[in-house]
Design a protein around this ligand. Structure first.
Ligand code: GLU
Length: 428
């Protein structure tokens, strides 16, 4: 998407590199390099003015050897079958590295959601389910929110599915709102999960979190709770976030040297993640160019927006002080930029480990839906912390034992688990 990078080529390049290190059987690689199933379809939607607009939708099911396919649905104007393929592939590795019994999937619609009214969005997501319902469900494929989609949309989709199958089936989709089959802690899950892995990385690197600063790219769901978690769980200081301004069609970095207050910024952010610049300025924030976040003299960088953001052009802007890059986004670093991070000796917490908190609580949501019994927020977050800590340790051990970069180690852990399931099931 960004910087002309094809995300799926990037996902395949990462996989091929590790397949070679692992000396993986080429027949196994052939299965894992490509999604097992892909759906590409058009959804006609009646607009509020009576006209009909046709939207392009996708669902990609990469691999379900370890359990039902799992992964979000993204609404983005630059969505393509290849972005969805890449994200579905990363979901397989994410669920495996977090050791939850699910496979990998992803969906998308080519769309800027801000251009639709609420009722148009409802008809669109119901239309998506009308096309896909025979191929999704708690034992097949379980969608969830991602960039551009919301808990309310998940509730509409669950309702449409339940009507079509004639039975209330909350576990067909996760990330639902509270009171509509959702789980406590799901909203915070991805951002807090990022912070749990940062905490573990700091322990390993012997850094004192309370003395550390961070710069975050983005101000959507992941970034908001990563900022809150960095301040409140680690007692560190976040000095900036960034956002895409829909009106100006450019990004801005919103910074404050003595620390931003994410709770305040959330009160002046619209539903699409745009911060009110005038109100931020009035509260003493500096509004800088969107690319400034990566240049900040901080200990931790958290890219939590879209793929391809740390690339050939931006990687050399990273300040010498940066010790950790925690990938809240999916695919934020290109393979070429990875080489530069290695050379700079920066500790990378790779995306499908770092941001696995969202899908982990999605899994907990499905479990609660199945048993029709719901946990407290404390129970959910405690279980999440345990899962993330174990996942981080498993990858770190692999990295130290095999003397490989953290991303390669995460791939090794994940590929091992998926291959084992395929072998046990007699696929290979
Ligand atoms: N969209 C999120 C991700 O990329 C969550 C997926 C899910 O909960 O299924 O991990």
């Amino acid at each position: 998407m960004a910087n002309q990078i094809n995300a799926f080529e990037m996902a395949q390049r990462q996989f091929d590199h590790v397949a070679e290190l692992l000396n993986l059987d080429p027949q196994v690689s052939e299965i894992l390099r490509w999604p097992l199933r892909e759906f590409s379809f058009r959804i006609p939607v009646r607009m509020d003015d009576g006209s009909v607009r046709v939207f392009q939708g996708f669902r990609v099911q990469h691999n379900d050897a370890r359990g039902p396919n799992k992964g979000g649905i993204r609404f983005h104007p630059a969505e393509t079958i290849d972005t969805v393929r890449a994200l579905a592939t990363w979901m397989t590795w994410k669920c495996a590295v977090a050791d939850i019994p699910l496979g990998g999937g992803k969906g998308g619609i080519i769309l800027d959601p801000a251009t639709l009214s609420n009722s148009e969005k409802e008809r669109l997501v119901r239309g998506w389910v009308q096309v896909m319902w025979r191929n999704i469900g708690p034992r097949q494929d379980v969608p969830a929110p991602d960039v551009g989609t919301t808990p309310q949309m998940m509730a509409w989709m669950m309702d449409e599915y339940s009507k079509l199958v004639g039975a209330y089936t909350p576990g067909t989709i996760t990330g639902k709102p509270l009171g509509g089959g959702g789980s406590l802690g799901r909203t915070e899950a991805t951002g807090y999960g990022v912070i749990y892995t940062v905490r573990e990385a700091m322990k390993y690197l012997k850094m004192d979190p309370a003395k550390c600063t961070a710069a975050i790219q983005g101000f959507g769901n992941v970034s908001q709770y990563a900022a809150i978690g960095f301040n409140e769980i680690l007692k560190g200081k976040v000095i900036c976030v960034s956002f895409y301004d829909r009106e100006d069609k450019v990004s801005y970095t919103v910074s404050k040297a003595d620390g931003i207050d994410p709770h305040f910024l959330m009160t002046i952010t619209d539903q699409y993640g745009s911060i009110d610049k005038a109100k931020a300025k009035a509260a003493g924030y500096a509004i800088e160019d969107g690319g400034e976040w990566i240049k900040k003299d901080v200990d931790v960088l958290i890219p939590a927006a879209l793929e391809g953001q740390i690339n050939n052009e931006t990687v050399n802007l990273i300040a010498p002080r940066v010790k950790i890059v925690a990938e809240g986004a999916n695919g934020p670093t290109t393979p070429d930029a990875d080489e530069v991070l290695k050379a700079k000796n920066i500790f990378v917490i790779p995306d499908f480990l770092c941001n696995a908190g969202g899908v982990t609580v999605s899994y907990f949501e499905g479990v609660q839906n199945d048993m029709n019994y719901y946990w407290t927020k404390e129970e959910v977050l405690e279980k999440l912390d345990t899962k993330m800590t174990i996942a981080f340790q498993g990858v770190l051990d692999m990295s130290l034992n095999r003397k490989v970069f953290m991303r390669d180690a995460a791939y090794m852990v994940a590929i091992d688990r998926v291959v084992k399931a395929m072998q046990l099931r007699g696929w290979v």
